[in-house]
Write a protein that binds this ligand. Structure first.
Ligand code: DGT
Ligand code: CA
Ligand code: CA
Ligand code: ZN
Length: 581
């Protein structure tokens, strides 16, 4: 998210001002701003200046700088501050945990030119003793900081990369002489983490395209610049490749650079068996004559295959299915009829039930479930029985107003699964709800047996309709807790509980492989956004992409049903348990 990038810039500015012995109040203002921006739950790139100014510690000036950072990836104040201190020193300030005074002392002693040099000095214990106040512990901290900074240049969660790529595409379309322009690579396949952005273009003036691309203000570093291919580093350490290809090769190149590599290799082998050479330039017959390559479909046509959607090009059975004519009809965003997981300002969301309903209607959906947290989640102002009953009343009132619009607000809750296997609210109240999402928010470090036991116990409750974010992972932040997925899935099947694909970009939980397994087993899957602000409804696209990567069709997805069918499906277990008792 851009928040962490903005926070990093502010904290570097603070460090540089401090070194320049500037007004300590300004230094502190930047430090504080870095902290609140980092911790802010909303994406600052989605906020207006007025909204930014409402953040404590952000005044008019800092709000303008945030907008500048969102738009250009940097701000004037940062660039100017950097000019005032030596480059080696400003590099040292980017190492997390290395304070400005220590950085200056190290710089003055060693005149370091790059981070690798600092790493070597710390590893060889040459800082200790040479620079006052540096002890062995400080050296260890520096090494840890360097490691952290490196992690920032590794694979990135798709939610952090896609908005950057979309922005880049828009800018290139507006400012570079391009004809066709497409995203390829893992991003087009919607992999959950992205190594780098791959963009393909056609143009009458490839050189000019390269000039524009490498000269964009948000480009932090140009790694390579050629006549038809360039590589740059964008804010947040995101790397992007741009290639300009011949129009007659665009389709073949798009197929090649979309990958995956494994999928490409299969296509090339199949081509060879037919006496065809298939590469990024096109399709060539035995005589070496080009027979196609302008359109991506040319490649599949040459092999007698239907179009294979990018999301499943992983050589995990898609070629065989295509040959047999049994490719899945993957679920599309348009198939989704509503969202079964959203938070209002009664718990930790930012909007009212009405505002959420209006936003869901605008998406073209016919229902949305209000699922605030239950009381156990104190930090999220979780609802107790009394406040939940009050919310139910409000929803009833809103629904009677919305009746004519054939839109329904579903009554729900995100009930906490406690560490002792019980649910946070009694069945009497759960039974009054349409949607009960059960989820784990505590005890992440418990054993696999314990956590699996908690989840399966929750699913055995007749009123729990859905298991939410089943593994609790936060991409790049927190590992999944230990859980026996196979047992969770078989319990879901036995009890008739739906499993969620949580679309929040940091979660994407279930992931594609587990979701594919769930679909194969015939478990109903709910693709939910877990919206806390209205813009989060846009995250549905990520969840749908995970479902597509999991080979799921509309029939696998509970929230492609209309509201009546949906409730019938999710309440089947209630009827069964009623009959039993
Ligand atoms: P990433 O960037 O690690 O998330 O994953 P990709 O799939 O975007 O990989 P990348 O950027 O290295 O290359 C883009 C595509 O180019 C890749 O999906 C397939 C194609 N490609 C790259 N190297 C090779 C190769 O050695 N052989 C074949 N057949 N295709 C390749
Ligand atoms: Ca890539
Ligand atoms: Ca690449
Ligand atoms: Zn939630």
């Amino acid at each position: 998210m851009i928040n962490s990038e903005a926070a990093r810039i502010f904290s570097e500015i603070a460090g540089m001002l401090e070194l320049a012995d500037e007004n300590p109040f300004r230094v502190r203002a930047y430090r504080r701003a870095a902290m609140v921006v980092e911790g802010h739950p909303n994406d600052i790139s989605k906020m207006s200046k007025e909204e930014l100014k409402e953040i404590p510690g952000i005044g008019d000036d800092l709000a303008s700088k945030l907008i500048e950072i969102v738009q250009t990836g940097t701000c004037q104040a940062y660039e100017e501050a950097k000019k005032k201190i030596p480059q080696g020193l400003s590099l040292l300030l980017t190492v997390p945990g290395l304070g400005p005074k220590t950085a200056r002392a190290i710089y003055e002693k060693f005149r370091i030119k790059d981070i690798a040099e600092l790493e070597r000095l710390a590893r060889e214990h040459r800082l200790k003793g040479a620079v006052p106040k540096i002890k062995e512990k400080t050296e260890q901290n520096i090494l840890r900081g360097i490691g952290l900074a490196r992690m920032g240049t590794g694979r990135k969660p798709i939610g952090r990369v896609l908005p950057v790529a979309a922005d880049l595409i828009n800018t290139l379309r507006a400012t570079a002489p391009v004809k066709q322009l497409e995203i390829a690579g893992s991003l087009r396949r919607w992999k959950e983490t992205i190594g780098d952005i791959d963009i393909l273009a056609t143009s009458k003036d490839p050189r000019k395209v390269m000039d524009v691309f490498t000269g964009l203000p948000r480009v932090k570093q140009v790694i390579a610049k050629g006549d038809t291919k360039s590589t740059v580093i964008l804010p947040d350490g995101i790397q992007a490749d741009l290639r300009v290809v011949e129009e007659g090769s665009f389709g073949a190149a798009l197929c090649y650079f979309t990958g995956s590599k494994e999928h490409n290799i299969r296509l090339r082998e199949m081509g060879m068996k037919k006496g065809l050479k298939i590469n990024e330039y096109g399709i060539f017959d035995k005589k070496g004559e080009k027979t196609g390559g302008e359109k991506e479909q040319d490649v599949y046509d040459a092999l007698g295959l239907p179009f294979i959607p990018p999301e499943i090009r992983e050589d995990s059975g898609e070629i065989e299915a295509a040959l047999k004519g049994i490719l899945p009809k993957l679920v599309r965003l348009e198939d989704i009829k509503g969202d079964l997981h959203a938070h209002t300002k009664l718990s930790d969301g930012n909007y009212s039930i009405e505002e959420i309903a209006q936003a869901a209607m605008k998406k073209g959906w016919s229902y949305v479930a209000i699922t605030d947290h239950s009381k156990g989640l104190g930090i999220a102002r979780g609802l107790d029985e009394e406040r939940l009953l009050e919310e139910i009343k409000q929803i009833d009132a809103i629904n009677s107003k919305l009746n004519k619009l054939s839109f329904r607000v579903l009554k729900g809750v995100e009930v906490n699964i406690r560490t002792d296997n019980t649910l946070d609210l009694p069945d009497e109240i759960l039974s009054r709800l349409d949607i009960v999402n059960a989820s784990i928010h505590s005890g992440f470090r418990q054993s696999k047996e314990t956590i699996t036991g908690r989840i399966t116990a929750a699913m055995k409750d007749p009123f729990v309709t859905t298991l939410s974010h089943p593994t609790g992972r936060l991409l790049g932040e927190r590992e999944a807790y230990q859980v026996d997925m196979e047992e969770v899935l078989s319990t879901a099947l036995e009890t008739g509980t739906a499993i969620e694909i949580n679309s929040f970009p940091a979660r994407l939980d279930l992931n594609d492989t587990a979701a594919r397994r769930a679909g194969d087993m015939g478990i109903p899957i709910a693709i939910n956004t877990d919206a806390h602000i209205l813009e989060h409804f846009n995250y549905m696209a990520y969840g749908v992409a995970i479902a597509r990567r999991a080979w799921l069709e509309p029939k696998n997805i509970a929230n492609t049903l209309n509201v009546k069918e949906l409730i019938e499906l999710l309440h089947k277990k209630r009827l069964i348990s009623l009959k039993k008792s």
